[in-house]
Design a protein around this ligand. Structure first.
Ligand SMILES: *[C@@H]1O[C@H](CO)[C@@H](O)[C@H](O)[C@H]1NC(C)=O
Length: 598
């Protein structure tokens, strides 16, 4: 770079720093959420990932929108003042959640500091996410929210030393890196205003931006990072999971909004524009198939559709982008409404249960030759959908979404309660009622379906009762292919969002029952662990899998803590959560005006 240029950048940086110092000394308000050129210019042109040669520079750069954010309807319901008894109960529960978190954190600190994960039974450590301290970064904002300031400060100091230019992994999962690390840093910055965290967010953002350096600027989602480090040319893959390409938008957009540098926004908008163009021409218009091609930018060929694993957050990020940007991109509401309409029509079913509960489960769909067939599966992961429909229903005034949300959340609560340890398994099947109006319990129909799904070669000679007993199927469940519980957050996530939106007190008790069930079943001496089989009889402790993914501290315990917090703590009208439960500041008109009045 010519020296004259470098000097002028140094000059701009100096001025920007002075302005920053001035602003931070004269104001105690949180960091502004509105685009401010030169506000956060602590970008380092010499940073490794930024200094690598670009093989396929973008032909144009889409600027950030400058329209004033719109005022959406409130997501949160106005809460009445709580009674002293309710307050005591709530605070007791909140304390219990924090105690569990503090125990896990202190074990992570002692046995696995700066590793991706603590092994919560053996006291070992694991590095499946690049070895960049995934648990530490994922838990930063939780530490802040729980008021654990000394631990937060210590964690930030450690985070500063993470080196995102080195890893032992051959392949980086761009999606996971984005939601956990980039999302974690952005959120911790949005909450604390600590510029060191923004600096780390930019480092991760620069690294991930390199995964877009392909001939058509579509990203590589399972990324040979060492090829990139060595300057080799790369191409986006012909087949990848739709969630992995479609869920980079919140983090990239927020990073652009904070820094004023549009390049991340530009990068993800190319993907979303292509997906929007093809949303109506898939085999199930409104939804995208599970597997898509980035290499050829084909998002509309394929027959399998789901809102569950491997697709989920694509849909999740549509209304969340509207919330994040204050509706500056009307495209997202449009995309959401098409997707929600198709999902409610085709993916949701009411299962047959002994008491004919009015609940909904979201299954998978095949659409072939104009034939749409529902696979009546269920997944713990798809429990996020109740929360999503709550947000979409509130933001865009769609009562049908909210009513689906309530039944979906009740479906997750019911499924937890139906299992002996009070915890839902990873995946299961149920028998759909002929219509959403419901159906009477039919023992014979249930058994017939159990037999049909049974994997046994000798199922003709095995009695169905023997299969039910052997597979430990509670009434209503027709198979349970994956019996684990891996400390997932989605059920409590949706209960939390629905609670903030409706204020229904029963949700607090459901949340507490879940928390007690999860804690007592997964507790280890050091922390909490995934378990292998939640279908075992109540008196039998499920085997511990010695695994504690970073989302236990980043998501699950955060949502449990927040539902027992005062209702203005991380208000859904000020923040929107990424798919790893990291709250980002929303653009709302009030804040923009506040900023302009500086
Ligand atoms: C969590 O479960 C463990 C094991 O059952 C128990 O010792 C501990 O008290 C529980 N913690 C809370 C806060 O309920």
């Amino acid at each position: 770079m010519p020296p004259i240029r470098r000097r002028s950048i140094a000059w701009i940086a100096l001025v920007a720093t002075l302005i920053l110092l001035y602003l931070y000394n004269t104001s105690t308000s949180p960091p502004p959420s509105y685009t401010q050129p030169n506000l956060h210019t602590n970008q380092d042109d010499n940073y490794f990932w930024k200094s690598l040669p670009v093989h396929y520079p973008p032909q144009s750069m889409r600027p950030l929108p400058t329209t004033t954010p719109v005022k959406y309807p409130n997501i949160q319901t106005p809460f009445d003042e709580e009674t002293p008894e309710a307050q005591t109960t709530r605070q007791h529960r909140q304390r219990a959640v924090k105690d569990v978190f503090a125990k896990c954190w202190s074990s992570y600190r002692e046995y696995a500091w700066k590793a991706d994960e603590l092994a919560p039974v053996s006291g070992g450590k694991k590095n499946p996410f690049g070895g960049w301290a995934a648990t530490l970064v994922d838990a930063l904002d939780t530490l802040w929210i729980m008021g654990m300031k000394p631990q937060f400060d210590e964690a930030v100091q450690a985070a500063v030393t993470i080196d995102f230019t080195k890893t032992d992994l051959k392949q980086i999962n761009v999606f996971e890196t984005n939601i956990r690390y980039l999302g974690g840093f952005i959120s911790a910055f949005d909450l604390s205003g600590d510029e060191r965290l923004l600096h780390k967010a930019i480092e991760v953002g620069e690294m991930l931006y390199k995964a877009f350096d392909t001939p058509n600027r579509m990203p590589i989602t399972r990324w040979d990072i060492h090829a990139a480090i060595n300057g080799r040319r790369q191409t986006a893959p012909p087949a990848l999971l739709v969630a992995e390409i479609g869920s980079l938008t919140m983090e990239f957009t927020r990073l652009s909004l904070i820094t004023g540098d549009a390049k991340w926004f530009d990068a993800v908008q190319r993907v979303m524009d292509a997906m929007a163009d093809q949303q109506d021409s898939t085999a199930l218009p409104g939804l995208w198939p599970l597997v898509v091609s980035a290499k050829d930018q084909v998002f509309n060929i394929g027959n399998t559709f789901t809102l569950g694993a491997m697709a989920d957050s694509v849909y999740e990020y549509l209304p969340k982008l509207s919330a994040l940007m204050g509706g500056q991109m009307p495209l997202y509401q449009d995309m959401y409404e098409k997707a929600a309409g198709a999902a409610i029509k085709h993916a949701l079913y009411r299962p047959m249960t002994p008491n004919n509960e009015d609940i909904l489960i979201s299954g998978a769909i095949k659409s072939e030759d104009g034939q749409i067939t529902l696979d009546p599966s269920g997944q713990h992961l798809v429990c996020f959908l109740g929360g999503l429909f709550t947000l979409g229903g509130r933001l865009f005034n769609r009562p049908q979404d909210l009513s689906a949300a309530i039944k979906l959340v009740n479906g997750c609560i019911w499924t937890y309660q139906a299992l002996p340890h009070g915890i839902m398994p990873e995946t299961f099947h149920m028998l759909p009622c002929p219509s959403l109006a419901g159906c009477e319990w039919d023992e014979q129909a249930w058994k017939k379906e159990v037999l049909r799904l049974a994997k046994d070669k000798d199922k003709d000679t095995t009695s169905v009762d023997a299969i039910i007993k052997r597979d430990r199927l509670p009434q209503g469940f027709t198979s349970i292919p994956d019996r684990r519980y891996i400390l997932r957050p989605e059920a409590i996530e949706s209960i939390f969002i629905l609670y903030r939106a409706t204020g229904r007190p029963a949700l607090l008790d459901s949340a507490w029952a879940m928390f007690e069930a999860i804690n007592s079943t997964t507790s280890t001496t050091l922390a909490n662990s995934a378990v292998r089989d939640v279908t075992l009889p109540r008196e039998q402790q499920p085997e511990l899998a010695d695994s504690m993914e970073s989302f236990w501290l980043g998501e699950t315990l955060k949502y449990f803590y927040l539902i027992f917090s005062e209702t203005d703590v991380i208000s859904l009208d000020e923040y929107v959560f990424n798919t790893e439960a990291h709250p980002f500041r929303r653009l709302v008109p009030r804040r923009a005006e506040e900023w302009q009045s500086f």
